[in-house]
Design a protein around this ligand. Sequence first.
Ligand code: MGD
Ligand code: MGD
Ligand code: SF4
Ligand code: MO
Length: 734
Amino acid sequence: MSENAITRRSFLAGSAGVATLAAAGGYMSFGAWQQACADEPEADGGSWSAYTMCNACSSKCGYKAYVKNGRLSKLIASEHDAHAKGKICARGYGYPSIAYSEDRLTDPLKKNDKGEFEKISWEQAYQEIGDKVKAIVDAEGPQALALVQDPRPSGGYYTKRFLDALGSPNYYTHGAACNISKAAGYTQVIGASDFSADVANSKMIMYIGRSVADAIRPSHLQGLQKAHEKGAKVVMVDPRCNNSTVFADEWLPINPGTDLAFILAMSHVLIRDGIYAKDYVDANVTGFDEFAAGVKDCTPAWAEGICGIAASDIERLAVEFAQAAPAACIDAGWRGGFGNQYANSGETARAIAVFNTLLGCWNQKGGALLTSSVSAGKLDEEKFPPVPKPEGKKAGSEEYPLSSSSMGVNVFAATQAKEGNIKGMFFYNSNMVAGYSNPAYLQECLDALDLCVVIDIQMSETALCADYVLPECSFLERLELPAFNGGKVPSVSLRDKVLDLIHPNTKPCDEIFKGLADACGVGEYFPFTVEELADAQLKSVGSSLADLRRVGTIEFPEKAFEYGKTPKWKTPSEKIQFASEKCAKAGYTAAPTWVAPAVMPAGGNQFRMITGKQAIHSHTMTANCKPLMAITEDYDLTRIWMNADRAAALGIKDGDEVEVSNDLHTGRCRVKVTQRMNPTAIFMPPAYGCSSEQQHTAYGIGLRSTDFSPYQLEPGYGSTMSHEVLVTVKKVGA
Ligand SMILES: Nc1nc2c(c(=O)[nH]1)N[C@H]1C(S)=C(S)[C@@H](COP(=O)(O)OP(=O)(O)OC[C@H]3O[C@@H](n4cnc5c(=O)[nH]c(N)nc54)[C@H](O)[C@@H]3O)O[C@H]1N2
Ligand SMILES: Nc1nc2c(c(=O)[nH]1)N[C@H]1C(S)=C(S)[C@@H](COP(=O)(O)OP(=O)(O)OC[C@H]3O[C@@H](n4cnc5c(=O)[nH]c(N)nc54)[C@H](O)[C@@H]3O)O[C@H]1N2
Ligand code: SF4
Ligand SMILES: [Mo]
């Protein structure tokens, strides 16, 4: 708990008070709630404040949480937190209500023979899971175990340590359903999985399938706003006119899945006209000739026929880029355009890294920056014993040799349950079944396991498939390890404990994994508390847990990024690789060339289904949040988007109910008819279609994109190709 504590008395779960953010059956606006908290008289519960980090998406923005009478009463974004930069988004304000949700998991659960969940004690859960893990390891070896998690400060550490201790290499993030192709494609070219555009100093920036105003990270959105205000040229490439377009000079409604052709054609122009950064390329690049030969025929006219963007625009944009370089780049993107969507996503990422190199913009002011973060130094090995690295290869790493080794191909691991190669799986803060690929298929995979353990705070679709469900306390009720963030000035932020346990039989991640490790016979690797480890990690970088509790974020200005320094390229050749042997071995051309999407809509009433974020929801985890779902209802946000001309041809009007269908699924929803949509695709909102009846707010509302997605993986890269999906749409009753 924070040193900011003023008075502390024991917290009474469910204590009366007007500030019941998620009062059963109702909600109030954030402003009204905050006012109600302020008006509430001080009572017995105690008031204090602590720094924490939002858990409503991967950005983990830092804020200070204030508690009055034992309940959350106010949130103030941290000025220095790397991702918040003084602002949090609507989800950040709405999501804390989950702590008070009546749908919280309150006790460990075990599925009985009838398929129903029964409450059991932690002791029984640990004992039975431990026995089953030991039996699996004895019979099949540790590689028959796998774990999937969404990287969180403590989660990332404890889950990895737990699996390492058991000796299994099968450790996965949600990456294959998010940005594995982007990370893996960049790694092939520049030896780094990501970079950040220096937006605020940019003269020209292009976003390809990245919408910072919908898929929010506050620091990114503020960067774009600044760039726009300073007069940078901002180009939005998106089949959909997304909400970031208000800050853009141009919207290019590209045909989905064809960005690769567009980028190759812009590269063609730079090389053809000799307007690329020749000296930079000569000094830093291998494989230029191969790439140049490959794009010789990728003319703007050729690309126009594929991507639908006029050849004259492609010519013009390439020249504008060359004029703005090196204070220009294509933004790194995140998921929407080439994170995990298409059969050519990894190759699109490669082409972007190559294009930025042609601009000579790496680490230049206004260009594309490779910043680094600070990490914890060496710790006392007696107190924090090192865990031997597991032997063997991660399942999926040979089948998908280009996949990011740190992320791994999560759904492949699940399919190995059906093959009998994986017998036990753990899920932490992950809802694979609903969000990563086809839910019906993934459920079948998990049903084939001998042991499935899910650690969640509510009954997710994945939890419904589990043998054991372990209830974590909410993020507001736990201290986690410090989060080290990169950026121009590296920093570290803290998720401290804000609230006392609301449900006394829930536990934080660190205790759950320590308990599991003890039961599985590897407890010797966990002889420390989270406080001790957090403090040791912080002391190794010259700070302490007490310091961070006081201020929430600490920056490391002495490690600040400097413009102009050429990084060490962590590729096999230690150069920027326009051509890659590994890609050639995986079945691609050595230098990126055109690869077509896997499917193409035929027209008529057939469309490609694409998705993208809505500013008020995250993945599958926020739909059960009353304040956020109230916004969905107010603005009718479960509608699919359809191009107005296509809609007219099909006799569909704005607000009509339609049936969306393919071989895998059929469902109904309403339509938003708009000119803001490429004609070849429909846009499916991402957060809906929950099929867990125990999520009373989310259940049954809207459609779920994954129900229409076949299980399929991008060759070499292993992404789930979430937009390689065709559906037909017809008006209900037509
Ligand atoms: N509100 C909200 N914000 C979030 C998250 C969230 O869940 N909700 N999650 C965070 C996470 S984990 C992620 S990965 C990021 C995702 O960040 P983004 O990648 O920016 O998010 P998306 O909205 O998935 O995609 C952006 C745009 O890509 C467009 N798009 C779709 N197909 C194509 C295509 O073929 N080509 C091009 N050029 N564009 C295409 C979509 O129309 C969409 O507008 O958001 C982060 N921020
Ligand atoms: N339909 C759909 N699918 C998607 C996406 C989408 O927007 N829509 N987005 C894609 C992207 S970009 C990504 S990154 C992935 C994200 O995939 P995941 O990381 O799996 O995210 P979620 O689907 O939100 O599921 C998170 C789960 O964690 C649980 N949870 C929340 N807080 C806590 C906590 O404090 N402790 C524990 N133990 N559990 C908690 C939630 O209840 C939920 O069941 O999904 C991908 N798939
Ligand atoms: S972007 Fe919004 S939802 Fe994501 S961590 Fe930050 S405040 Fe929370
Ligand atoms: Mo993501």
